[in-house]
Write a protein of this length. Structure first.
Length: 262
């Protein structure tokens, strides 16, 4: 079996439903069904779904430097949205396509341990890899784990975890490759062309020039952090073209390859 592949997806992939057309999530699972001898794990966020459910419950959403602030009073809604609604929707789509998907949270099987973040974000956890036994068992049995970014502290309190950080820690747990799927097919340079690779110095320059701006800044910083944590480059590509995954596993270049600093 090939080295495990962890694919991180955001909640936006669930929002892109068009009447009469195959959903992006179904298209992704169709590609996954074509992979042979490939252990695969999906890690997901779902910020847009969380925002909607918080608003329906009368809460407001606050962010610091692009990171969600999670008051303890919001955790029942956030955990219900991510570990419940989003997770089970992804699992159900996979099962409907005859794939052996199974839904998990970071805390299941003591896979990941969390400590409370010191960034003043409330009930937000900083994850660390702990025990791969559950994932090893599922992957050996050819299941596809679908993991939400909900963890727990040592005392059992639930915490919200940044989905990119969650994907990184699952990669560390399995010594896996990481693919970050987003809504764009990589990072563009000043002339509007997609970059084949990007390191932190190049990123800082493009951010200072305003070439990388808005939401892309957070995506690039998260990808650079992931590459640094894993000590190797990672791919950032679009979920709009999931067939690229097959090309990547064959060794072809896709999207933008985010380089780890030496």
């Amino acid at each position: 079996m090939n080295k495990p592949l962890v694919i991180k997806i955001g909640g936006a992939i669930l929002d892109q439903q068009e009447t009469g057309k195959e959903s992006p999530l179904a298209a992704l699972f169709k590609v996954i069904s074509q992979l042979e001898n490939q252990a695969l794990v999906l890690v997901h966020g779902g910020g847009c779904v969380v925002d909607d459910m918080l608003a329906q419950s009368g809460f407001t959403t606050e962010k610091k430097h692009g990171l969600r602030v999670t008051p303890a009073t919001q955790m029942p809604v956030i955990s219900g949205a991510l570990a419940g609604n989003v997770n089970k929707s992804i699992v159900a789509t996979g099962v409907s396509m005859k794939l052996a998907t199974v839904g998990l949270a970071l805390t299941d099987g003591d896979m990941v341990q969390c400590r409370l973040s010191d960034k003043g974000l409330g009930s937000v956890g900083e994850p660390s890899a702990n025990n791969s036994k559950l994932l090893d068992t599922l992957l050996n049995a050819q299941f596809i784990p679908v993991i939400s970014s909900i963890g727990a502290l040592e005392n059992g309190d639930l915490v919200n975890v940044n989905a990119d950080d969650a994907a990184v820690v699952i990669c560390q747990l399995l010594n896996a490759e990481l693919l970050l799927l987003t809504d764009v097919n990589g990072v563009k340079d000043g002339s509007g062309e997609y970059l084949e690779s990007l390191n932190s110095n190049q990123a800082k320059q493009l951010i200072s020039q305003g070439v990388i701006a808005g939401g892309m800044t957070a995506k690039v910083n998260a990808a650079l952090h992931a590459a640094h944590q894993l000590r190797r480059s990672i791919a950032v590509a679009s979920w709009r073209s999931p067939e690229q995954i097959i090309s990547m596993l064959k060794g072809d270049h896709i999207g933008t390859r985010i380089q780890a600093d030496c």
